[in-house]
Design a protein around this ligand. Structure first.
Ligand SMILES: NC(=O)c1ccc[n+]([C@@H]2O[C@H](COP(=O)([O-])OP(=O)(O)OC[C@H]3O[C@@H](n4cnc5c(N)ncnc54)[C@H](OP(=O)(O)O)[C@@H]3O)[C@@H](O)[C@H]2O)c1
Length: 337
């Protein structure tokens, strides 16, 4: 096994690999994925020393958890034992794949967890979090229910996802919080204003998603890419028409910096998030071994002050055209209110 550097999630969370593998795209939201390749990618990640596997019970309605379950079952015992699962719950779906709200009631939390443990085939979940704070349930009640699962040994640590600074404080006053999962990228820096100072004050780590802005700043996305109707990017503002054209210009500016360093755009984008602090663990959404290898290469990229200044000049904060979610989903983000 290769030695992958590690980071610790907050002052109370687990030690994890400095890059986590986000498995969502292996089941949902970015078009068709190859199941065999997805499992091979999880195995390759574990082999390379990646320990953190992120999922949500609502990613294709349990499909993603069952996929991870199969990958864990078929991995060598030593690799399986090093794997840590980070699971989101609470997102409600309908049989057509529609999104119908969030449920953070204590009885629902325990119900969700019971099903996730079965689908993953594990005896505990390492980090458990509600995907979006349920506006109808005080966060103290949702977190309190997870704390009961911790007491019983079904969950090891409590996390949060896209919560507001106020919700983070209230959650942390209820029980120890390991990490906040939230979008963070060169083109998505909203968390720097209020969220990061809050998590740092409270000793809460960050697992950053969307570090490639859903592939937009991966260096592989093109203006003429055809997207299926259920692909998140087919309705994401950043991927529409003129916004996409302007955003891909930013990518070309990043490409010049990457080429000078002899690395790829995706590696620059991941290394930038890694450079923002030891408390931050980027989740990469690789669905193939090829993309995984590219992502892991970011761990060897050191961004000097001059590189960071060049990135800042090429893509200043707020440079991206379009919001990171469609308006209806923006409304669920505690961070943006
Ligand atoms: N808490 C939340 O609200 C939330 C929201 C979204 C995601 N997440 C979690 O965060 C994880 C990562 O998010 P994300 O998938 O949106 O992040 P991302 O890494 O920004 O985007 C992944 C997309 O980038 C493309 N890509 C191109 N080059 C890549 C490379 N070298 N490595 C990886 N991907 C590359 C992939 O497309 P191709 O495969 O087509 O190349 C993939 O579809 C998810 O899997 C999920 O577990 C959490």
């Amino acid at each position: 096994m290769t030695t992958t550097p590690t980071r610790t999630l907050g002052t109370t969370g687990p030690q994890v690999s400095a890059l986590g593998l986000g498995c969502m795209g292996m089941s949902a939201l970015y078009g068709e994925a190859d199941r065999g390749e997805a499992i091979a990618t999880i195995h390759a990640a574990l082999e390379a020393g990646v320990t953190l596997l992120d999922t949500g019970d609502f990613y294709a309605m349990g499909h993603n958890e069952m996929l991870i379950g199969e990958a864990l079952r078929t991995a060598p015992a030593a690799r399986r034992e090093q794997a840590l699962t980070s699971v989101k719950f609470g997102g409600l779906r309908d049989p057509d794949g529609g999104w119908t709200g969030y449920d953070g009631r204590p009885a629902a939390v325990k119900n969700f967890a019971a099903y996730s443990l079965q689908r993953l085939g594990v005896d505990h979940i390492d980090v458990y979090r509600i995907a979006r704070v349920d506006p109808d349930v005080p966060i103290e009640e949702t977190v309190g229910a997870i704390a009961e699962l911790v007491e019983k040994g079904h969950v090891r640590h409590i996390g949060l996802s896209e919560a507001s600074a106020d919700a983070i404080r209230r959650a942390a006053a209820t029980a120890p919080i390991a990490d906040l999962q939230i979008e963070y990228a060169i083109v998505t820096r909203d968390i720097e204003r209020e969220i990061l100072p809050t998590t740092r004050e409270l000793g809460i780590g960050i697992t950053a998603y969307g570090v490639l802005s859903r592939g937009l700043i991966s260096g592989h996305f093109t203006q003429d890419r055809q997207l299926g109707a259920t692909d998140f990017r087919s309705f994401s503002p950043r991927f529409q028409g003129d916004n996409l054209r302007r955003n891909l210009e930013l990518v070309e500016a990043l490409r010049k910096i990457a080429e000078q360093k002899g690395v790829t755009v995706a590696q620059i984008a991941i290394a930038w998030v890694l450079s923002r602090g030891e408390d931050i663990v980027p989740l990469v959404g690789a669905r193939t071994r090829e993309r995984l290898t590219e992502s892991l290469g970011a761990l060897d990229v050191t961004l000097e002050a001059a590189d960071l200044a060049a990135i800042e000049e090429a893509v200043p904060a707020g440079a991206a055209a379009g919001t990171r979610y469609p308006a209806v989903q923006m409304a669920h983000l505690g961070t943006e209110q």
